[in-house]
Every structure is written in structure tokens, then in C-alpha cells.
Write a new protein. Structure first.
Length: 142
């Protein structure tokens, strides 16, 4: 499956046109800073032995966003967001775009930047989330 991938500048333009930014980084990463207005639905969670899949990713996304929502998916460098975007498209989402470079920038095998990230492009970053945008707000209650 082929996912459309765009730069942070292109993502900022889409957000200005009403697209929704979903940050799929872990909760602690999101709390350290994220694009203004972003929602947080982690694709992976941090655990003692590394990153582990979030079994609630798809159910939370499906409860929070309709299948025709216009979504820009982002993470730290672009790897998680691409996998998350592929998961959403496989589940029937129709308007999903992956943001290359994430917040920090995409690197090649030699650690050279291949796509600048949201922060290095000087785009607005917030440390506080809007009401209803945190994972705690979006995840189902037991």
C-alpha cells in the first residue's frame, strides 16, 4: 500500500486548511512538545525493555476520528508515523497522509538529514495540549 508522504511545511499548510494532526509518539514524548493543536494517540508505548505496540491504537483512532477524517500522521522522525498511517489505511481510513521528518527530522543510515523536522523548520510547537487532545482524553475508560 502506498501512503502519501509530505514535508512538515506541506503538513502545516494542510493543517491550515482543516486537516487534523495526530502525533503517534508516546505520551512522554508528546508532553515534551508537539505541533500546536495536535492529538496524541501513541502507536507504541515506552516500556522498561523498549517500545511496545499499543493494542488500543486502532480502537482509539476509530472512536475519535471518522474514517473520512483528513489526517496528517506524525512522530519523531517519520518511522512510526508511516507504520501508523499504513495501519489506518488498512482499516479503511480514506484521507491519511504521513509527515516525513516528524518533529526531529528524518535521517539516513549515515545520520544525514534527509528531511527536516517540524521543529527545525521553525513551525509552532506547544508543550500544552488543547482540551480533549491528549491520549488520556481519547482512550476508553475501563
Amino acid at each position: 500500500m502506498s501512503i502519501k508522504r509530505i514535508t512538515p511545511d506541506e503538513a502545516a499548510t494542510l493543517l491550515g486548511q482543516g486537516w487534523i494532526y495526530v502525533d503517534v509518539r508516546s505520551v512522554p514524548e508528546f508532553e515534551q512538545g508537539h505541533p500546536e493543536g495536535a492529538y496524541n494517540v501513541p502507536f507504541l508505548h515506552r516500556a522498561a525493555h523498549g517500545m511496545v505496540p499499543n493494542p488500543d491504537f486502532a480502537p482509539v483512532m476509530e472512536a475519535a476520528f471518522p474514517k473520512d477524517a483528513r489526517l496528517v500522521i506524525g512522530c519523531r522522525t517519520g518511522g512510526r508515523s508511516l507504520k501508523a498511517a499504513e495501519t489506518l489505511v488498512a482499516r479503511g481510513y480514506q484521507n491519511v497522509i504521513d509527515m516525513r521528518g516528524g518533529l526531529a527530522g528524518e535521517l539516513d543510515a549515515a545520520n544525514r538529514i534527509t528531511c527536516e523536522g517540524w521543529q527545525s523548520r521553525g513551525l509552532p510547537v506547544s508543550r500544552t495540549a488543547q482540551a480533549g487532545h491528549t491520549y488520556n482524553d481519547l482512550k476508553p475508560r475501563p
